[in-house]
Write a protein that binds this ligand. Structure first.
Ligand SMILES: O=C(O)CCC(=O)C(=O)O
Length: 274
């Protein structure tokens, strides 16, 4: 299993994001490509077509899958070196997978994912929460997913762009602030991103502001999986207006109650610190 150094842990804790180079070998990439194919053929009720305009702006498919739905995704969540990276970087004694998202764009798709934070829409609260974003295609710098370094410590939860599921937009929680216009004031933010190769991945905190990953050239598509990981301090919460994607319904089927750890057959402990 690839190792995670103390320096990498410190960098992740400080910046809220870190790139891991050559973390996954080729067989993982091939299996995930076939998992994405299967997912596209049999999308779940959580799937979305964000863009469908082959002629000009391309096609952009999204889905979210839990453990027990697609074998190739289960293998990544339950038996890959991803869990160890998540647990070590979150400084948690254990890591549990929450769910996996698929972002698949056809060559030439321009549409960027809007700037957002993930965790305000998750039915899991806690500091030990991260996503690991793993592209199966090369990521040239000008098409990269971008991150506002250190924004996981902002302590502000922002409302989301209507691009995302409308149920969440209806959330009238008083603590959600209007999202700042980062695109119009990019120079005011510490924005970082990385050109990547298949096998690399980026780990980022659940509260880190991020967006992008569009602007694709005509000869390059983008298939990505992003796994959401939780640690020891994570607790199940009911999001007013509904979580996005809707994982809450599944969590409740496994008997987890609000305020409890999410550890269950849906979110099993797959890595523990020695
Ligand atoms: O790949 C993308 O377009 C967005 C990824 C993302 O927002 C995530 O993984 O949380």
């Amino acid at each position: 299993m690839p190792t995670i150094s103390e320096q990498q842990i410190e960098n992740y804790q400080r910046d809220g994001v870190i790139v891991l180079r050559k973390y996954f070998a080729q067989p993982w990439l091939e299996a995930l490509a076939s998992g994405i194919e299967r997912c596209r053929l049999e999308p779940s009720s959580r799937s979305k077509i964000y863009v469908d305009d082959e002629q000009s702006r391309g096609h952009f498919f999204f889905d979210a899958r839990t453990v027990g739905e697609i074998d190739e995704f289960d293998h990544l969540m339950l038996a890959s070196p991803m869990a160890g990276a998540a647990g070590r970087l979150m400084k948690s004694p254990y890591a549990i997978p929450f769910y996996l998202t698929v972002f698949a764009r056809t060559p030439g798709t321009q549409h960027r994912t809007p700037w957002h934070q993930d965790q305000p829409s998750w039915s899991a609260e806690g500091e030990q929460a991260c996503s690991i974003w793993m592209p199966l295609d090369a990521v040239p710098a000008e098409t990269a997913l971008e991150f506002v370094r250190g924004s996981h410590r902002w302590k502000t939860k922002y409302a989301r762009d209507p691009f995302f599921q409308t149920r969440y937009v209806d959330d009238d929680s008083p603590d959600l602030q209007p999202f700042p216009d980062i695109e119009a004031h990019r120079e005011g933010y510490d924005i970082v991103s990385w050109a990547m190769e298949p096998g690399d991945c980026v780990v980022f905190h659940g509260m880190l502001v991020h967006g992008g990953s569009g602007n694709l050239p005509a000869n390059l598509g983008r298939r990505t999986v992003s796994v959401q990981w939780l640690g020891e301090d994570a607790r199940y919460r009911v999001v007013p207006g509904g979580d996005d994607p809707n994982i809450s319904a599944e969590v409740m089927k496994f008997g987890v109650k609000p305020g409890e750890p999410l550890v269950s057959d849906l979110c099993p402990i797959v890595w523990q610190a020695e």
